[in-house]
Design a protein around this ligand. Sequence first.
Ligand SMILES: Cc1cc2nc3c(=O)[nH]c(=O)nc-3n(C[C@H](O)[C@H](O)[C@H](O)COP(=O)(O)OP(=O)(O)OC[C@H]3O[C@@H](n4cnc5c(N)ncnc54)[C@H](O)[C@@H]3O)c2cc1C
Length: 377
Amino acid sequence: MTGVIESQENKDLRAAVAALGARHGRGFDRAALWSEAAKLGYLGVNLPEQYGGGGGGMAELSIVLEELGSAGCPLLMMVVSPAICGTVIARFGTDVQKRKWLPGLADGSLTMAFGITEPDAGSNSHRITTTARRDGDGGVLTGRKVFISGVDIADATLVVGRTEDARTGSLKPCLFIVPRDTPGFQRSRIDMELQAAEKQFELVLDDVRLPADSLVGDEDAGLLQLFAGLNPERIMTAAFAIGMGRYALARAVDYATTRQVWKLPIGGHQAIAHPLAQAHIELELARLMMQKAAALYDAGDDAGAGEAANMAKYAAAEACIRAVDQAVHTLGGNGLTREYGLASLITAARVARIAPVSREMILNYVSHQSLGLPKSY
Ligand SMILES: Cc1cc2nc3c(=O)[nH]c(=O)nc-3n(C[C@H](O)[C@H](O)[C@H](O)COP(=O)(O)OP(=O)(O)OC[C@H]3O[C@@H](n4cnc5c(N)ncnc54)[C@H](O)[C@@H]3O)c2cc1C
């Protein structure tokens, strides 16, 4: 890759994170890796220097997650904590919120989860019903969320809810920081098929009394805040998927180079080699779109980044799914053993197709926003 696409500084960052990932590898201890990556300053590379971050952007943060993933040790909470929550607070939080949360999110000593998905709204986030009503100085939040990652290891969850507009009486989106041990904030683990260090939770918010400084920024800027967090989330999901795809592909290439059942290693048969070459091409293409999305986002072009981030997430998820599928197949029976650890990636790779926004919702967005076709959703 040329310096035009990635600066020397970012290539050095990539190499340094890859070395950290290689030391931890597939059997990694999540907490140990989190704390080492934090000490090295990798978890807050995108956050403002004033609050202890690296002063970079999504270009740098996505490099960190991609490289950890390609070493087999992705940190899922990077998608939510520094990328969504850190960005939203840095861009829209009050001074008090910035001082309270950003230094910890930047040095990894604090983690924040992100909760938007609701059981009855799903992909249609306009239908969310978690609502805050005013009560004295603060407010009271009631509702349900589902599939929220890492709530048990997060110090707080950034919850997307609604609040009543004082003038019109209509409900408008608002973001609230809810500390983990707030009374009424209940979580129960969802039994997922995923083998991952981070778990998913259903949340029941039963008259959760919100501390006075829990509403993020200005209550009229909720939608803007939400959109500010969604592009980083898509870019980071792309990084997650590309890293996983690269990990699987590298295992398959190793195996195809050494496994021999006829006259030459199985990688010498084009039926094995070509799909691996295709997977490599598709992962590289997805990364290029991710880099474009990150460059636009970091340059402050939120609208341009929106289309590119959606396309990058789509391309990365599809490339990852195909790379994992081909990797499993390349290993024959060993592809399905626990020892080689690839079969569990079949399930893990599917996450990127459905979350945080599904393949179909991206196709809806591109048909409508990019191609100007009638809106179907
Ligand atoms: C491992 C994992 C971690 C997650 N972590 C978080 C988290 O931390 N925070 C959080 O808020 N959420 C999280 N989610 C939730 C995730 O964002 C949702 O699962 C996703 O947005 C899809 O919503 P849904 O599951 O309700 O599917 P649904 O909206 O019910 O969709 C079901 C199917 O219908 C399709 N569909 C829906 N509408 C349309 C349409 N208009 N046109 C065409 N097809 C359509 C979808 O593409 C999908 O295939 C996580 C999910 C998973 C699996």
